[in-house]
Design a protein around this ligand. Structure first.
Ligand code: G6P
Length: 364
């Protein structure tokens, strides 16, 4: 059960290790091989309505917001619908233009985060269609939304989100595939994504089996004064979430930047005790990312790359398995959860209940 910590020292570790099973659960019963799509029974929008969606706006806080950023990219890539994510609080405080052809999606592990719930209520008051991508069944956001999908991560006890973040990203891949297949995504691409989704659980298990190596790296980077996380496009939300994870649990200062933005300011901070973590997937941006590694190296910054093959310019590389390019973000973040965990452990932090933080923030 949720409160049974098993053989683990912390819930965070238990929940990281549960991810192969958790991802298996979010996929279960939803894949339709015949039509190369997925069935999402609770969405409550039919094919015609799905085709009418002109734009997607995703709202959430913290890790849920970052999972939403991955979701927005998946929806743009697979369904070719313009999509973006925004912190729910910013959205509700800026008197947003609510558009009837936009599909709004609220993302929340707990389903009780006040800022996200308030955004949903404001949207509904203005007549918008709002879906929920939520973990806790029957929670406030799940009840308020017009429809949606549960991410089936199971109960998450550690304040810092791990398995729910991953499952939410996978849930968005399912939603993007569904929206894509009622629009212009081909059967062949649908099949390619489905095959990729099915590979995820074993690939996550493979990444987790390198824990000892990641632990050693965590020890060698934990004394950093500050850490810079960089990535491009698909790698950028991964960098943001990894940076948040490290901050939350280890209290090491970290920043995340799109790799191209480094030269517009943060490069001034690079020096030997400010290492960088670079997300370097083997995709169409590989050469650009390699150039970023050189840029950092030239300023004597240490580099830890998370990549599909060892990177020469990096001091260390964590190699993760390839999936389909659209699904790679799901895997690239997994080793960085372990990095944050072991850095926090080495620094003697209160892992499951970091200071000043709460699992769900139900106040304004
Ligand atoms: C709090 C937690 C974060 C979490 C955020 C959103 O700030 O400390 O870890 O990501 O709330 O929570 P939710 O339940 O809405 O996903």
């Amino acid at each position: 059960g949720a409160w049974d910590i098993g053989g683990h020292e912390h819930y965070m570790h238990k929940e990281i290790c549960e991810q192969p099973d958790a991802v298996d659960r979010v996929l279960r019963g939803r894949i339709d091989d015949r039509f190369a799509t997925v069935h999402l029974g609770g969405l409550g929008i039919d094919a015609r309505e799905a085709r009418g969606v002109r734009r997607v706006k995703i709202l959430g806080c913290g890790s849920a917001f970052h999972a939403g950023q991955i979701g927005a990219q998946l929806i743009e890539e697979l369904a070719r619908i313009p999509a973006d994510a925004e912190p729910a609080s910013e959205f509700r405080y800026r008197n947003p233009v609510v558009d009837p052809d936009t599909l709004y999606i609220a993302v929340s592990q707990s389903g009780e985060t006040y800022d996200t719930l308030a955004a949903v209520q404001e949207l509904k008051r203005k007549g918008a269609c709002v879906l929920g991508v939520v973990n806790v069944v029957g929670s406030a956001i799940a009840r308020e939304a017009d429809g949606g999908m549960y991410v089936h991560a199971g109960p998450e006890v550690c304040v810092v989100s791990t398995k729910c973040f991953t499952n939410t990203a996978v849930a968005f891949a399912l939603l993007a595939l569904h929206l894509g297949r009622v629009r212009d995504l081909s059967v062949a691409d649908g099949k390619r994504i489905i095959a990729g989704l099915r590979r995820l659980p074993a690939q996550i298990a493979e990444i987790l089996s390198a824990e000892e190596e990641i632990k050693k790296l965590a020890h060698s980077y934990a004394d950093a004064r500050s850490m810079m996380f960089v990535g491009r496009v698909r790698g950028y939300p991964v960098a943001r979430e990894a940076s948040l994870k490290l901050k939350e649990v280890s209290y090491v200062h970290a920043e995340a930047y799109p790799a191209s933005e480094l030269k517009h300011g943060p490069l001034a901070l690079i020096e030997p005790d400010v290492p960088s973590v670079a997300i370097v997937p083997d995709d169409e941006l590989l050469e650009k990312n390699r150039a970023t590694l050189e840029e950092i190296k030239a300023r004597h910054g240490r580099i830890l790359a998370v990549a599909h093959a060892p990177q020469e310019a990096a001091d260390d590389t964590i190699v993760v398995p390839h999936n389909e390019p659209e699904l790679d973000p799901v895997l690239l973040g997994i080793p960085l959860q372990l990095l944050a965990y072991h850095a926090a452990l080495a620094l003697g932090r209160d892992i499951d209940k970091p200071r000043n933080l709460a699992k769900s923030v139900t106040v304004e």
